[in-house]
Design a protein around this ligand. Sequence first.
Ligand SMILES: Nc1ncnc2c1ncn2[C@@H]1O[C@H](COP(=O)(O)OP(=O)(O)OP(=O)(O)O)[C@@H](O)[C@H]1O
Ligand SMILES: [Mg+2]
Length: 371
Amino acid sequence: MGQVVLSGVTKRFDGLAAVDDLTLDVADREFLVLLGPSGCGKSTALRMIAGLEEIDEGTIWIGDRVVNDVEARDRDIAMVFQTYALYPHMTVAANIEFPLKARKVAPDERARLVTEAAETLGLSDLLDRRPAQLSGGQRQRVALARAIVRRPAVFLMDEPLSNLDAKLRVQTRAELVDLHRRLEATVIYVTHDQVEAMTMGSRIAILDQGVLQQVAPPQEVYERPANLFVARFIGNPPMNTMAGEVVQEGADVGVRLRGGTIPLPSGIAGVVRERDLAELIVGVRPEHVTMSADGFIEATVVVVESLGHERHVICDVAGPPFVIVRQSIDEQPPAEGDIVRLSTEADSLHVFEAETGERVDTDVPSGAAPT
Ligand SMILES: Nc1ncnc2c1ncn2[C@@H]1O[C@H](COP(=O)(O)OP(=O)(O)OP(=O)(O)O)[C@@H](O)[C@H]1O
Ligand SMILES: [Mg+2]
């Protein structure tokens, strides 16, 4: 069983928490992506699961066993790193075979497993070469073959594609997802690349400064980010966010932003009223901003960027940051310098508390105190 559970796991370096009270439940055969900016604690979390880093607090289970005091080599895991660390003087076959030799697997069995792993990763014709005679992508596949050859229950991967060029990354990404399906193993995959996270993960766990921000399937993270950090981290171009004051007119609740006032949908308005929130941050993804004559907010077009398949209209709304509007290539582009009005559907709005950055319309029991 390849279930991995972390409960209240903390790691400190020089008194500072690199991973802070991390609780995470990774299902057997899941592909979970740990995502976050550089230094947020991804590798540290992974290394604690691997047994390469002592933990200061908390408990880690792999399968049904607490592994806090289990040596790395006895944890039934395999790790794949950014640097492939292949032995340069050994052939591809010998590199793949290495972990089996180290574990004293019988020669016949070793040969069979190496052949099988090489076939799985399309390396059968390269077994006699040395690493220097391979492309970067092929080397990465050898590293993967070496990891899968023991058939561990859990794979821990730390930015395994980041040394590959952009095109190869896209291809290898898909290969890895396919490999995961065939291996029927659990994968915990570390990356700072949100596209990798969105495309590969069955769920994404987002870390910031050692603290878990949200764990959810990619679409949910995109559509309902739990807080401002996640909202701004996921999405390219990033979500437009703007601070404003709550204004009430009778039953209507809106937010006064630079350039105009935007009405809040009734569900969010209810929470805002109930919690008596005065300052909010409103977010809208670039694909949900439209330019229309009856828009809520006035803006000046600064630059129109054409990306071939879509256009980004960068607008100035009385000061920074700019608002980005994603436009279909079939639409009529505005001219630079045009005054436009920006609009959005009410249900495309993401609303966060200014003070905490937390999403307002989470499932908070009514009457609960604001956190
Ligand atoms: N051995 C160590 N001694 C002291 N501090 C460390 C050590 N290892 C990591 N840290 C610190 O812990 C924090 C988390 O580091 P970690 O390597 O887990 O980040 P990361 O999310 O993997 O970043 P990156 O995307 O750059 O690889 C950082 O602030 C880092 O400087
Ligand atoms: Mg790292």
